[in-house]
Design a protein around this ligand. Structure first.
Ligand code: FPP
Length: 263
């Protein structure tokens, strides 16, 4: 009902068709082991736009649609968490108008998608340093969190002003504080406890990390959390990444044998 109203009011008409073929593919994928948590480096928006003679921000706009489609696909598969690298601590170096545009995306996404996310029982979260993010961006994120806080389905996390090394340093600083105040015994510190000091404390580690657009690197994304993740790279640029591309990544994941160092 809300979707129908939205289509009529704002021309929002991007519901993924639930074809029989799609349902069958989802059914097949659900028979295999599914990643609990998928993390994605959404790359290639700028190049996608340039190739079409459009400004870089047009690539980010198109990338937003992909966010919507992949969120729906992850939800339909029953994946627990989807984390999207949306703005890195290094992205402040981009031209100011591009930074401003990216900082406006959470508000736009809130306006267009919050009702659907609520309907789908999706819970929105943010990973990253709130300092430096403009108030209007934080307000949109906080409204998202508030509106979806009781939801128990897919956890959709935006990594915003996120950098893994600074996340680790922040964690170490908080550990030092806790040791100094007597809240934490230094000898009790192990890998699992260390994980509790990261932004991802209440999330499973990513089982699968996807990067689009042909770059084969991690770019300061979840360095600690990706220790045992399966990595999947594609030449497809993020605006062209479809639910079928996503299914392909999951199928590849299902063919891999995860040994965690054992034989
Ligand atoms: C990388 O492409 C992409 C980004 C830095 C931003 C991606 C953000 C979104 C798709 C939307 C996020 C949505 C919300 C609601 C926060 P690039 O610009 O580095 O591409 P290039 O390597 O081709 O230049």
């Amino acid at each position: 009902m809300i979707q129908t109203l939205k289509k009529w009011l704002v021309g929002y008409s991007e519901e993924d068709e639930q074809t029989e073929e799609n349902e069958t593919r989802i059914g097949e994928l659900r028979k295999g082991p599914l990643p609990r948590h998928v993390a994605i480096i959404m790359d290639g928006n700028g190049r996608w736009a340039k190739k079409r003679g459009m400004p870089r921000v047009a690539g980010h706009r198109a990338g937003m649609k992909t966010v919507r489609h992949i969120t729906r696909a992850a939800d339909a598969l029953g994946i627990e968490a989807l984390t999207l690298y949306s703005f890195s601590t290094e992205n402040w170096k981009r031209p100011q108008d591009e930074v401003n545009y990216l900082m406006g995306l959470p508000e736009e996404f809130l306006r267009t998608d919050v009702d659907e996310l609520v309907e789908r029982n999706i819970r929105v979260g943010m990973l990253g340093d709130r300092k430096k993010l403009p108030d209007h961006t934080l307000e949109a994120i906080d409204k998202f969190k508030e509106a979806t806080k009781d939801n128990t389905g897919l956890r959709l996390n935006f990594a915003l002003n996120y950098g893994s090394r600074s996340e680790i340093i922040r964690g170490v600083q908080r550990i030092i504080d806790d040791v100094q105040s007597g809240k934490l015994d230094k000898d009790a510190l192990d890998e699992s406890l260390f994980g509790q000091y990261l932004y991802t404390a209440d999330l499973p580690e990513p089982d699968l990390m996807i990067r689009t657009s042909g770059e084969v690197r991690i770019s300061n994304f979840m360095l600690w959390q990706l220790a045992y993740s399966e990595l999947w790279f594609t030449d497809v640029q993020w605006p062209d990444f479809t639910k079928e591309s996503f299914y392909e990544a999951i199928e590849d994941f299902q063919r891999r044998s995860r040994r965690y160092g054992a034989v």
